[in-house]
Design a protein around this ligand. Structure first.
Ligand code: PHE
Ligand code: NA
Length: 453
């Protein structure tokens, strides 16, 4: 039997796990979620979710990967033959995400290029939907070839190359390049943002606590949702990545580091984004709450270009901002794709290269279909279902199966404690066996209720 590939160093694994965790969710999802869910008061449910669900689940997934040394489907199969489908469900969700995530990275690549000379002009909304994506023209497939397909091809090429080279010489290398670069770029951006006029008002608005929010169920759901998405939990990713850990690895410690690094980056992004929005508000004479218009695609590709245009050295900072999106996005995308590559490799006993070609190739072809107007609407819908149901369900299946059907928590605790300095105890099992399943169940119901309203 061929020996399982391994990370070259502990730092290599940590960088890869952070690379997966740190993504678009940190940069454009967290600031908006926190601001809309109580500002400074959001940190209470958020920290609670991190400590009682995020890190405990991360420990559990690292332990499963480390103990069974397999992709997610095979790890679950080793636990019990009847649980293999849980792994495939997670892999399927990751596959779906990997078909649209690269589209957004492609836009960011083009916008890094547009930054030079602020090519979006002075109507950045019209530029994005009209000049760039040409959404008004339903038959626009042809017009997107240079603007979307070429960067998309580039994104997939980078992913194929690093994934094809394997764990140490591929994924680890990619993250060794991307993550430190991302940190440097991001710190420059945040310092720039903090020194803009109006930055302080932006921060005040962001941190201003609205304590009444803390009593709302949906705010807690938002906090848990953010933690799950942001830490890449229940996507098969962390099980897969930890299956390449050497035998001697402090699992629990690694989980704490990953969790806190991801949250620190998130906080930094919130500060950067709101300092920038404060600057915009001060330019237009609005209050920050009036200048704010949400997160996501609109924030990155419609609001930010406008703000960047008003900064000195706009081209330079625009380039850095979109480069940060590209770097954060690529490392996450590599991690999502690795889930089905490792699963295919094991299931069909094929080589890594074949698995990359088959799995990645299929995702690549599907990704082409999102690049026109109908596709973009579809992207929204798919993203909504994945985030509101797919992941919560995957997490729920996972904890219930492990805690209640396999009754495996004690075993896993022993396994983690045998290699870790931080010792898990009953509180870890209580979080996973009781608290998390209840919250995930409530989350599903709450999402359904909002849907039907
Ligand atoms: N954790 C990533 C982020 O915060 C998002 C992600 C989710 C990446 C699932 C891969 C898989 O942006
Ligand atoms: Na994240």
């Amino acid at each position: 039997m061929e020996q399982r590939s391994q990370w070259g160093t502990r730092v290599g694994f940590l960088l890869a796990a952070m690379g997966s965790a740190i993504g678009l969710g940190n940069i454009w999802r967290f600031p908006a979620t926190a601001y809309e869910s109580g500002g400074g008061a959001f940190f209470l449910p958020y920290l609670f979710a991190l400590l009682t669900a995020g890190i405990p689940l991360l420990v559990m997934e690292y332990t499963i990967g480390h103990k069974y040394r397999s992709s997610s489907p095979r790890s679950f199969a080793k636990i019990s033959k009847g649980m293999e489908w849980i792994g495939w469900w997670q892999v399927l969700i990751s596959f779906v995400i990997s078909t649209y995530y690269p589209i957004i990275i492609s836009w960011a690549i083009m916008y890094a290029y547009f930054s030079i000379g602020t090519k979006w002009g002075d109507d950045s909304v019209a530029f994005f939907t009209g000049d760039y994506l040409n959404l008004a023209d339903p038959g626009n497939f042809g017009s997107m070839v240079p603007s979307v397909f070429i960067p998309l091809l580039l994104v997939w090429m980078v992913a194929f190359i690093f994934l094809g080279r394997g764990i140490k010489r591929g994924i680890e290398l990619a993250n060794r390049i991307f993550i430190p670069t991302l940190m440097i770029v991001f710190i420059i951006i945040v310092i720039r943002a903090l020194t803009l006029p109006g930055a302080l008002e932006g921060l005040n608005a962001f941190f201003q606590p609205d304590w009444s929010q803390v009593f709302k169920g949906e705010v807690w759901v938002a906090a848990y949702g953010q933690i799950f998405f942001s830490l890449s939990i229940a996507f098969a990713i962390m099980i897969t990545y930890s299956s390449y850990l050497p035998k001697k690895s402090d699992i629990t410690n690694n989980a704490f580091i990953t969790g806190f690094a991801n949250s620190s980056f998130e906080l930094l992004a919130g500060i950067g984004v709101f300092a920038t929005i404060g600057f915009m508000a001060s330019q237009t004479g609005q209050a920050v709450s009036e200048a704010y218009s949400g997160g996501g695609v609109a924030l990155a590709f419609m609001v930010f270009p406008d703000i960047i245009s008003q900064m000195p050295a706009a081209g330079f900072f625009g380039f850095l901002f979109f480069a940060a999106l590209v770097l954060a996005g690529l490392s996450s995308m590599i991690s999502i794709s690795e889930t089905y590559i490792s699963a295919l490799q094991e299931k069909f006993s094929i080589s890594r290269k074949t698995a990359v070609l088959v799995g990645g190739g299929l995702a690549f072809i599907v990704s082409l279909f999102y690049a026109n107007q109908g596709g973009l609407n579809l992207l929204d819908t798919v993203d909504h279902f994945i985030n509101n149901y797919g992941v919560a369900l995957a997490g729920l299946f996972e904890v219930v199966a492990i805690a209640w059907f396999a009754r495996l928590l004690k075993d896993l605790q022993g396994h983690a404690n045998s290699v870790s300095d931080i010792k898990l105890a009953w509180w870890w099992r209580a979080c996973l066996g009781f608290l998390t399943p209840i919250v995930l169940g409530y989350m599903m119901l709450d999402n359904l209720r909002t849907e039907l309203k």
